[in-house]
Design a protein around this ligand. Sequence first.
Ligand code: ADP
Ligand code: MG
Length: 654
Amino acid sequence: LILEEDEIINFVSSAQEQAALSQAEVQKQSIQEVRRSLPVFPYREDLLLAIQQHQILVIEGETGSGKTTQIPQFLMESGYNDGGMKIGCTQPRRVAAMSVAARVAQEVGVKLGNEVGYSIRFEDCTSERTVLKYMTDGIGLCLKVVVVIIDEAHERTLHTDILFGLIKDIARFRPDLKVLVASATLDTERFSCFFDDAPVFRIPGRRFPVDIFYTKAPEADYLEACVVSVLQIHVTQPPGDCLVFLTGQEEIETCCELLQERCRRLGSKISELLVLPIYANLPSDMQAKIFSPTPPGSRKVVVATNIAETSLTIDGIIYVIDPGFCKQKSYNARTGMESLIVTPCSRASANQRAGRAGRVAAGKCFRLYTAWAFKHEMEESTVPEIQRTNLGNVVLLLKSLGINDLIHFDFMDPPPHETLVLALEQLMAELPVDPMLSKMILASEQYKCSEEVLTIAAMLSVNNSIFYRPKDKVVHADNARQNFVVPGGDHMVLLNVYTQWLESGYSTQWCYENFIQFRSMKRARDVREQLEGLMDRIEVEVCSSGGDIVPIRKAVTAGYFYHTARLSKGGYKTVKHQQTVYVHPNSSLFEEQPRWLIYHELVFTTKEFMRQVIEIDSSWLLEVAPHYYKNKELEDSSSKKMPRKQGKAKEELG
Ligand code: ADP
Ligand code: MG
């Protein structure tokens, strides 16, 4: 028996050896096989012909049919990039741009960043040699681009919508430019209509039937319901991987943890369950894991945000669990508050999610809501982002492109008039960043602290992904974070983190030891370099305050004076709108609760929280924004010196 066992082990390992030897070859072969098996493959010639015949073409195909990875390769193979021309493919999501570029580089057989690369905001992985570029910011398209693919058009993100208007215009005076609008099987008629009845090329789907199950009654706790459903599938259903849709990192981590823990408890009673998360801030090596094949005898469960709805396709999924929620940005033009709220997803989304179960074989989709809710409580489709966002950056962007008549810009679905006007009013600087951030940077010259403020600006722009807090090391992570706390507020903490990292020689190890995300820091460094370049261009002198924190905080105030909050019973009130807000529990000032604060942003989760706050002196507001604040507004209601005015001030603000 022992011998036999040895033999088995031997057999396996020699097979592995052989596999390793010819791995490169096998890999290449199978990649070509996979390419040929994709639904788009038989349409290669027809598609290339259609592209040749039309300037603008809408391409519709089921998710996973090969639009994103194959079409750019077809174009390269047929020489569209001859003469140094480039192919650009825009992606709404950063993770998708990186992951798809990596995949295509592998298929083409080149190193990522050479012929095939990606460029996402503040991170450029391309070179002189790059022919095919996946990018999140298609607006920076260069003149050398010969084909632009607006991918995932159905997602209707802000950038996509802006791009539609711009490209439509550019295409008119660049007849040589080819425009491909690629979309899942949603809304394609609207795209065609917007682009003056451009033809639609349909890649017939290859979808197996998906059985849909609903719960009999609504689920009180959808996270728990997900966990139970996964385990139920795992023990009762035939082999096949499982995909769970949740709304964000925290939920995903919790779900993965619960699953792992229950599996551990069940031990050898069940076969192996591989639990893999995927969300935007996950380190890229972890992201890649979801694509590795499931070992025989085990089952993979991928717990994802709606990034797996259409942007990423994971092969082998047979079961989908859909709690029916997603996180959505919404914007209140009056208060200027942008919030991220968990809301029911649309029916269109739910159907896309279900479709993910039927790519390789007949599948099953378990909806953790009732059939009635699907019919009556969900919207037909998702509202385009442009109608629920802060348009400040967009306006700035369009302005910088020389588009002045924004009210008549050719939007596919125009944003609300009020939002657009407000965004125009906020416009005040010429840096390609948020107007308030620009103002802060410009003010840093006056206060002689631009060294520090540039760092703060860079750190703020990679917001909320600096500190790493793995669930199993919460105490260590929180201690590490506490060690960075310095007086003044969160901006000063961010500055401190960056300075220490710089002193460590931009060390990865340092990040690891201090629970800091290296990737975010690297991005902050890139942003900082870019901003420094801009300062140079607009001839702003870069200098340091030499340890004095008052000028730094004044510069922040100069930019963000609009975001002032004053301590009031149990919380804070914004000075302009008297809206009740709270210091975010992650803030270094959470316990201190100073009288006056400037916040970087407001987020709505369970309450309206101010994220990234800095302590200020109210008199600074008069110094930096005399046109905006009147003395009376800033009288400190708790100040003992002005007992009589207290009531009056309250009345006026009431
Ligand atoms: P579409 O854009 O039409 O949705 P894609 O081109 O994204 O389709 O996907 C085609 C195939 O490429 C799918 O089978 C998918 O699994 C595979 N694929 C895409 N990205 C990766 C990756 N990073 N690793 C492995 N396979 C991938
Ligand atoms: Mg795609």
